[in-house]
Ligand binder design. Structure first.
Ligand code: PLP
Length: 396
C-alpha cells in the first residue's frame, strides 16, 4: 500500500477533502451565545439538546455524552455487561466499538458481516453465541441499517442485550422508523465528520428509564440525578456518589452547536442522498466497480459512499484508485481496517473468529469517496471523472 503511482486526469487548484463540515452563521451565534452566558460545561443546553434529539428520533430517553466512544462504554455498563461476559460485534468497525467491550472487562467475540449492508450478519451472530454471551453490538456501517430485526429476534428470547452502534446512522430508518428506539440502547456520534456534529459528542437513546438513568449517572462521575445543578440558584452543595462513573458528559457549547445542526438534519440527509444518487447514476455499470445500494426496507443515512474495486479486473485494485484520487487532489478513506488485523487484536481476533471471509474480502476492495452536504456539483463531477478515468486506465 502507498507505493502505487497515480495519474493526473484533471486540474484541480485545491485539495477536495474527504469531509468538510457545514457550519453557518446560526451555529456560530448559538455557540457565541452560550459562551456569553458563562455556562461552559454540562447545563441547560445539554438537557435541551437531549430532549430535542429524543423528539427527532421518537424515543423517550436520549442522553448526550462526550462521544460515541464514551456512549458505547457507559451504555454497556448500564446494560450490566462486565467481567466474565462475552459481547459479539463485527470486526468491520471502528476501534471504539471494541474498546467499549474491553474497557468493561468483557471478552469481545468478532463475527462476520453481510456484504449487502456491511453490518453484522445475523447468521454469523447466531453461530457466535455461547452460554456466556451477554450482549451484541450490531453496527449500522456507512449509515445503512444492518438486519437489526433479525438480530433482535435471535437475541431477545436468549436474554442477550442489544446495543446498536449507530455512530454513522443518525436519521436512518428501518421500515419507516428512525433508529434509536428499536433495541435496548442505541449510540450515535456527533463527531465532526458525522451526519450532524457538535464537534465531539455522542448520544445514548433507550426506551428503558432505568438504562437512561444509569447512563446519566455513570457518565457524570456516578453522581446522583441533579448534581449538575449544584452551581445554580436551584442547587445545593450536597450530592451522593451512587456508583463509580466517568466524566463523559457533553458541555453546553457543544450542545448549542448540536441543536442547530439537529435542525438541519433533514436538509443534510436530503443532500447526502442526492449526492449518493448522482454517484450511483454516473458510476453505474463500470467494469470492476461495485456501488453501494440501499435496501428497500430502510432509509440510508449515506454517511459514507464506500465502493468496491475488484482486484482481478483493476490493476492495483482499490490502492490504484486511491493513488489516482490523490494525484488529482481528491481525499478518500477506507472504512475500516478490520479489528482483527490490528497488532493489538490480531491474535485475539483470529482466536475468537477464525472465519471472517466477507469482512476480509470487503476490506481488500473498499474505498470511501468524499460525500458531504456542502460538496458542490463541480466537486461531485470531479470525483466521478477521476474514478471513471482511473478504472478505464487500470482495467486489465
Ligand atoms: C462505527 C463507529 N463507532 C463508534 C465511533 C466513535 O465515535 P466518536 O468519535 O463519537 O467517539 C466511530 C467513529 O468514527 C465509528 O465509526
Amino acid at each position: 500500500m502507498g507505493d502505487i503511482q497515480g495519474t493526473e486526469f484533471i486540474r484541480r487548484d485545491s485539495f477536495l477533502p474527504f469531509f468538510r463540515p457545514d457550519l453557518g452563521e446560526a451555529e456560530l451565534s448559538a455557540v457565541t451565545e452560550v459562551l456569553r452566558s458563562g455556562w461552559l460545561t454540562y447545563g441547560p443546553k445539554v438537557r435541551e439538546f437531549g430532549e430535542a434529539c429524543g423528539r427527532y428520533l421518537d424515543v423517550p430517553h436520549a442522553v448526550p455524552v462526550s462521544s460515541a466512544s464514551s456512549g458505547l462504554l457507559v451504555a454497556l455498563k448500564a446494560l450490566g455487561v462486565g467481567p466474565g461476559d462475552e459481547v459479539i460485534l463485527p470486526s468491520l468497525t471502528f476501534v471504539a466499538t471494541l474498546g467499549a467491550v474491553v474497557h468493561c472487562g468483557a471478552r469481545p467475540v468478532l463475527a462476520d458481516i453481510d456484504p449487502a449492508n456491511l453490518g453484522l450478519d445475523p447468521d454469523a451472530f447466531a453461530a457466535a453465541i455461547t452460554p456466556r454471551t451477554k450482549a451484541v453490538i450490531p453496527v449500522h456501517l456507512a449509515g445503512h441499517p444492518c438486519r437489526i430485526e433479525e438480530i433482535l429476534a435471535i437475541a431477545k428470547p436468549r436474554g442477550i442485550r442489544v446495543l446498536e452502534d449507530a455512530a454513522h446512522a443518525f436519521g436512518a430508518e428501518v421500515r419507516g422508523k428512525r433508529l434509536g428506539g428499536l433495541s435496548d440502547a442505541t449510540v450515535f456520534s456527533f463527531y465532526a465528520t458525522k451526519c450532524i456534529t457538535s464537534g465531539d459528542g455522542g448520544l445514548v437513546t433507550t426506551n428503558d428509564p432505568e438504562v437512561a438513568r444509569r447512563v446519566q449517572v455513570i457518565s457524570f462521575h456516578g453522581m446522583d440525578g441533579n448534581a449538575w445543578q449544584r452551581y445554580t440558584d436551584k442547587g445545593r452543595w450536597y450530592y451522593e456518589i451512587v456508583e463509580f462513573g466517568y466524566k463523559m458528559h457533553l458541555g453546553d457549547p457543544a450542545a448549542a452547536l448540536g441543536l442547530v445542526q439537529l435542525g438541519r438534519s433533514d436538509e443534510f440527509m436530503k443532500r447526502r442522498t442526492e449526492i449518493a444518487h448522482r454517484f450511483g447514476a454516473a458510476l453505474a455499470g463500470l467494469p470492476g466497480l461495485t456501488l453501494p445500494t440501499a435496501a428497500d426496507w430502510c432509509t440510508h443515512a449515506w454517511h459514507l459512499y464506500a465502493v468496491r474495486v475488484n482486484r482481478e479486473m483493476i490493476e492495483g485494485g482499490r490502492d490504484g484508485v486511491i493513488a489516482d484520487l490523490t494525484a488529482n487532489k481528491i481525499g478518500s478513506s477506507v472504512h475500516f481496517i478490520p479489528l482483527h488485523y490490528h497488532p493489538v487484536f490480531r491474535e485475539a481476533g483470529r482466536e475468537f473468529a477464525p472465519r471472517l471471509g466477507q469482512t476480509e474480502r470487503y476490506f481488500d476492495e473498499a474505498v470511501s469517496l468524499p460525500l458531504f452536504p456542502s460538496m458542490t456539483d463541480q466537486e461531485i463531477d470531479d470525483v466521478v471523472t477521476v474514478v471513471r478515468e482511473s478504472l478505464r486506465l487500470r482495467c486489465r
